[in-house]
Design a binder for this molecule. Structure first.
Ligand SMILES: [Zn+2]
Ligand SMILES: [Zn+2]
Length: 366
């Protein structure tokens, strides 16, 4: 039992309060994660799945396949490296118009958008087990899908996430990401945009750049910095809402993942792989979620002046967090009912623990 009182920290990007719960020692949280990893391992079925090579006829026709550095739209190649297919049960459908309309006092529109599965590679290997070049290929496909879908002004926002492992709600075992184009800017993103714009209006600085500066300022004292690279930085931010949550951000301000220069891909892949290696060397092959946040589609709502400062006030980033299985009871009902998140590992402690893993010699992904 830790006698230090719990603390509430406000997330400046969403305005939400996070409770830093010090009841458990960080090592106890690591033990819980390790136990969930062991349970997950029992749920993983061996052998090929519907997304494996040779099973393509059992999936919808590809939107695009990535082969030897080229994107091939609407054509199937036996030797595909990354494959993008429509989801069989899409939340959003690509056909039609938004058809915005009132129904009595309510706002209604058709669920027009895109819902795609990015089959990341030909084997059941996670990013830390892939070659650097294979992770770069996936990151390229992320850029390509976002660029392509952004041409459609019906789509307000593009987002990509990756759920990995049985505790991440992923029903599919094959490594994959999900790409969405939504017909409006989702509430969570809209909230982020409002807070970041307000910060810019007040200070004429990007909020995310300020968060990175603050973590760098505390460099030798409870810093959330996990690892620094020339062009990227991995941090566990002061207000992180999950144990061992990390963010990977470009060090130089940039609002749009789509415009990231190709020469940055290698280092981004390295940062993402090393982030996974650090967490996994501590708890094992865990379930996790990786989210890519970037600015909304500039063609959507352009005539409504929504985005006059978006290029200077928003900052694209990846957010990573481990997934705990339901049975560990991490105050889900409390969070659902109150909106408060509970983090049982202070982010500065998480950063320190991850850094110590990163200092161990290993170079699997080199
Ligand atoms: Zn498979
Ligand atoms: Zn910035």
């Amino acid at each position: 039992m830790n006698n230090t009182p719990n603390e509430m920290r406000r997330d400046p990007v969403t305005g939400k309060w996070v409770i830093i719960d010090r009841d458990m020692e960080p090592d106890e949280v690591v033990s819980l994660l390790r136990a969930s990893v062991a349970r997950d391992a029992e749920r993983i079925k061996p052998g090929p799945c519907v997304f494996c090579p040779g099973e393509e006829k059992n999936t919808p026709a590809p939107i695009v396949e990535y082969v030897d550095g080229q994107f091939h739209y609407g054509t199937h190649f036996e030797n595909w490296q990354v494959r993008v297919i429509p989801n069989r049960h899409p939340v959003f459908r690509i056909e039609g118009n938004l058809n915005r309309r009132p129904v009595s006092m309510y706002d209604v529109m058709d669920a027009v958008g895109a819902h795609e599965i990015i089959v990341e590679n030909r084997q059941h290997l996670d990013w830390d087990e892939l070659k650097r070049s294979e992770v770069i290929d996936i990151l390229r496909v992320y850029q390509e899908r976002m660029k392509d879908l952004s041409k459609d002004e019906r789509f307000g926002h593009l987002f990509i996430f990756k759920n990995c492992g049985p505790s991440s709600s992923s029903r599919l075992q094959h490594p994959h990401s999900t790409s969405f184009a939504s017909p409006s800017v989702p509430e969570r993103i809209r909230r982020e945009l409002e807070f970041t714009r307000r910060h810019y209006q007040l200070k004429e600085r990007c909020l995310f750049c300020d968060i990175v500066s603050e973590e760098l300022r505390r460099k030798n004292h409870h810093s959330g910095i996990v690892k620094s690279y020339d062009s990227f930085i991995t941090i566990s931010p002061f207000f992180a809402s999950h144990p061992f949550e990390t963010w990977i951000l470009p060090r130089n301000h940039s609002s749009d993942y789509r415009t990231m220069p190709g020469e940055h891909l290698t280092q981004l892949a390295q940062a993402l792989q090393e982030n996974l290696q650090m967490v996994k060397s501590m708890v094992g092959s865990l379930s996790y979620t990786l989210l890519l946040f970037t600015r909304p589609n500039k063609f959507w709502g352009a005539d409504r002046d929504y985005w006059s400062t978006i290029d200077v006030d928003y900052h694209w980033h990846f957010k990573f967090f481990p997934r705990f299985p339901r049975e560990t009871g991490f105050h889900r009902s409390f969070s659902a009912g109150s909106g408060y998140m509970i983090n049982q590992v202070p982010p500065e402690t998480a950063a320190e623990m991850l850094r110590s893993q990163g200092n161990r010699p290993k170079s699997k992904a080199e």
